[in-house]
Design a protein around this ligand. Structure first.
Ligand code: SF4
Ligand code: SF4
Ligand code: SF4
Length: 803
């Protein structure tokens, strides 16, 4: 006989021969009394209505690189001039499908990473390992609470969230098969959906590693670690790890700590794995972002390279082979054609790599990687006796031989993503022996190698540029604040009100890859402008390490000048790519902790709250990866606008509002129980800018929200107008749209602006009181309570929304 007892307390007397299977034990303390909202574990359709609210206002704008589609064997299909492909699809829908595919790739990268980590950590630490993110974090998984509707207490609980994310990614991937959607808007809705799942994957991954590896738990004053090309002590064996999964590099640190030998080695990371290594052990260092990969390898500094997964060059093995650096590939996502040596004894693997019998191995066993990498590094170091090549050419003559081969054909310039004038630098050096023009390219080159592929003379252009600019490169050292993970509940309590009211003018989230349009140091210039103006700046990934190696004239980086607190004028490094979930999480926590909005399964209400009230703006100055696409699109669904650098246009779509169509800018006001026309704030959800000047002005503009108080709007407009005058030399042409009353006007410019409103825009002004009588889209109302969501209106107004 079988009984199924689902819930409650049971006493069974005199049991014999009974086997009892206990599922999940939930004690009273674990109950979460927040009522379940309308959309726990939403499928593709549950949030479609919210997506349509966004997409109605921010019409997707496509900038196709090509009018052709090659996705299936019926192609190529010419989709130009309103033609349709053999499957019936039109150009817009085909482009929306590509965006959806990019977001699926990004979301699956983080989610697979999360699955790998979680399964491994549950096996190692047990599924009952509690989720403890420190004493100041009680709302510990805001994305999971809001989307999934659970409050995870243990590592095991995270499985439920991850199962959901994996299921949704597969469902959205299904929809991109030919013969599915015929509406570009519905593909966009799916892109938004899968990107929301991406934030779940990221949150699972980072919470799991924080808990299991004891990474910093929301501490604002984490240590500062050495960052940049010149940080390496060349008198020690050098282990360099590249990628995104710290599971493989952590055993290296542990092994060396156990041996008491960690100080005898240099352990440095490239790309996000560097952040996570420093979160595990602040003795490790950050070599630099993704764009440093080839230059680090070609310098010959590493004694061994360890690769894990994502954003690693697909010619890593070739690059390592060319300079004789042994490679250990660890992740099944990037096996690199190498033999699997998991079953080999450690000595045999070390011997094969050091002797050069094998240029690289695939070793997916983290514990073995922990032993093999230091042994290989030490043996390689002994081989060259510390006399390592690190100047890109063995001799100066070798460098000049390369420079003198150049015929100024410009093939390199045309293929370079930044059209860097390599030809001019080479010609100048040939004529004058002056390397300065080539050296100037060093900071702007992203070491992609496209120029070398195009060069008919096979010149090692990257080596020439890096060698010419070696002093700048080598002196580019600095400090990065170790990624802190989540934002504290107490910090949210302190800043929630000033952010929502507008007195803190905005939160700028600088996230993304290093495909910058010009000098890498521009990123620091942009972010410092906002730090000085008391915005909160949050960062992660390659952007976070880029600003760690850009110093002021006084030799300090931003991390040394600004506090790590989530507060006005604070600079918060949350950590690696997967830590981006703490940025979306912070926006969600404002709705929960400050405004007491229920999170549980309540995504549309929370996103609506963030969209109308939280002046957060995402910023990706050098977007590159598919993950950047899904991270940004996930922010978009949460109501956070994103500004991308010029390369962001290559994602092929933007979400742009039509400020000139007043009928598209409205909200329901719960207070007055009416439908109210509003200013276009924010006026875009995803927009690309060309220059750093444009970026600065656009970021200030997109931080404006309908809910700003008069003081808040006045502060935000002051920054917007000042920045526009400072960087673009004029007032912006849309500033008047954001004025609701004279109290919104920047104090210093009030008279001047009132005159402009009267003379240029025909507004009526009572000059005796300096009061606006007529003109604004709407007046300011202190009790204004905006929402775009009918169900939210009904919940708080107690009646159906007005038509
Ligand atoms: S997916 Fe459609 S448009 Fe694209 S190649 Fe195939 S048939 Fe042509
Ligand atoms: S390696 Fe540098 S110079 Fe060459 S194409 Fe790439 S960015 Fe341009
Ligand atoms: S492609 Fe080669 S030869 Fe031509 S300009 Fe560039 S570096 Fe010189």
């Amino acid at each position: 006989m079988a009984f199924e007892l689902k819930k409650g307390l049971f006493a069974i007397d005199e049991m014999r021969n009974v086997s009892i299977k206990i599922g999940k034990v939930i004690d009273e303390a674990e109950e979460w009394d927040e009522p379940m909202g309308p959309t726990p574990k939403p499928g593709i359709l549950e949030l479609r209505k919210w997506d349509h609210k966004l997409l109605d206002r921010f019409e997707p704008f496509y900038a196709p690189m090509s009018d052709y589609c090659n996705l299936c064997t019926m192609g190529p299909c010419d989709l130009s001039m309103n033609k349709r492909g053999a499957c019936g699809i039109d150009l817009k829908t085909a482009k929306a499908r590509l965006v959806t595919i990019a977001c699926c790739i990004g979301a699956s990268a983080h989610t697979a990473h999360a699955r790998h980590l979680l399964d491994h950590l549950i096996e190692e630490y047990g599924e009952d390992t509690p989720i403890d993110l420190g004493p100041d974090v009680n709302v510990e998984a805001p994305n999971i609470r809001t989307v999934i509707g659970i409050r995870p207490r243990t590592l095991g609980d995270l499985r439920e969230a991850l199962d959901w994310a994996e299921k949704e990614i597969v469902k959205v991937l299904h929809s991109v098969h030919i013969g599915n959607e015929e509406s570009y808007i519905d593909y966009e809705s799916k892109a938004l959906h899968v990107s929301m799942a991406d934030h779940i994957g990221m949150e699972v991954a980072d919470i799991a590693q924080i808990v299991a590896f004891n990474l910093p738990k929301a501490e604002p004053d984490t240590p500062l670690v050495d960052t940049g090309f010149g940080i390496i002590d060349k008198n020690k064996p050098v282990i360099v790890v590249v990628g995104h999964n710290v599971m493989y590099s952590r055993p290296i640190m542990e092994y060396l700590e156990e041996q008491g030998r960690i100080d005898d080695f240099e352990i440095a990371g490239l790309c996000c794995t560097a952040h996570d290594m420093t979160r595990v052990n602040a003795k490790t260092k950050i070599f630099g972002p993704l764009s440093y990969e080839l230059r680090v390898i070609r310098s010959g500094l590493p004694d061994v390279m360890v690769s894990d997964e994502q954003c690693i060059r697909a010619d890593l093995l070739e690059a390592c082979k060319a300079v004789g650096i042994p490679l250990i590939a660890t992740s099944d996502a990037a096996v690199r054609g190498l033999p699997d040596v998991s079953d080999w004894p450690v000595d045999k693997i070390v011997d094969a790599l050091v002797s050069g019998k094998l240029p690289g191995v695939f070793l997916p066993d983290p514990e073995k990687v922990g032993q093999v990498a230091p042994l290989v590094a030490e043996a390689m170091f002994k081989k060259h006796g510390g006399d390592r090549k690190y100047r890109f050419f063995a001799t100066e003559e070798d460098m000049w031989n390369e420079i003198n081969k150049c015929t100024q054909c410009m093939n390199c310039v045309f293929t370079c993503p930044h059209n860097l004038r390599i030809d001019q630098g080479m010609a100048h050096a040939q004529k004058t022996k002056d390397l300065s023009k080539l050296a100037d390219l060093q900071e702007r080159c992203i070491s992609c190698g496209k120029c070398e592929q195009a060069c008919p003379k096979n010149i090692k252009i990257i080596n020439v540029i890096m060698s010419a600019g070696f002093d700048q490169l080598y002196n580019r050292t600095g400090k990065t604040r170790v990624g802190r993970g989540p934002v504290q509940d107490t910090e949210i309590r302190n800043v929630g009100q000033p952010i929502v009211m507008g007195q803190i003018p905005g939160v700028i989230a600088a996230v993304g890859c290093p495909n910058y349009p010009d000098y890498a140091s521009d990123l620091k210039v942009i972010l410092e402008e906002f730090l000085r103006r008391k915005y909160i700046v949050v960062t992660s990934g390659c952007h976070a390490m880029e600003i760690g190696m850009t110093k002021d004239e006084d030799g300090q980086t931003l991390y040394e000048k600004y506090s790590g607190s989530f507060d006005a004028g604070g600079l918060v490094n949350v950590g690696s790519c997967v830590s981006n979930s703490h940025i979306s999480g912070a926006a969600i926590k404002i709705a929960s902790i400050f405004a007491m909005r229920p999170l549980r399964g309540n995504y549309a209400e929370i996103a609506d709250y963030v969209f109308n009230r939280v002046g957060a703006v995402g910023f990706s100055w050098g977007p590159y990866s598919h993950k950047a696409a899904s991270i940004a699109t996930g922010f978009n669904r949460l109501g956070v606008p994103v500004v991308v650098g010029p390369h962001g246009t290559k994602y092929r779509r933007a979400y742009i509002g039509r400020y000139y169509k007043p009928e598209e800018w409205w909200v329901y006001d719960i207070k007055t129980k009416s439908k109210v026309n509003i200013e276009p704030a924010p006026d875009s959800l995803l927009v690309a800018v060309e220059t750093k000047e444009e970026a600065i002005v656009q970021l200030a503009r997109l931080a404006i929200r309908p809910n700003d108080t008069s003081l808040g709007r006045q502060i935000k407009l002051t920054h917007y107008l000042e920045l526009s005058q400072k960087y673009l030399g004029a007032l912006p042409d849309d500033w008047y749209l954001y004025v609701r009353s004279e109290a919104d006007l920047p104090l210093k410019m009030k008279d001047e602006l009132l005159h402009i409103l009267e003379s240029e825009y025909g507004w009526k002004i009572d000059w005796s009181k300096k009061k606006i009588l007529e003109g604004p889209i709407r007046g300011f109302d202190a009790g204004f309570n905006p929402t775009l969501v009918e169900e939210v209106y009904e919940k708080y107004a107690g009646e159906k929304p007005p038509q």
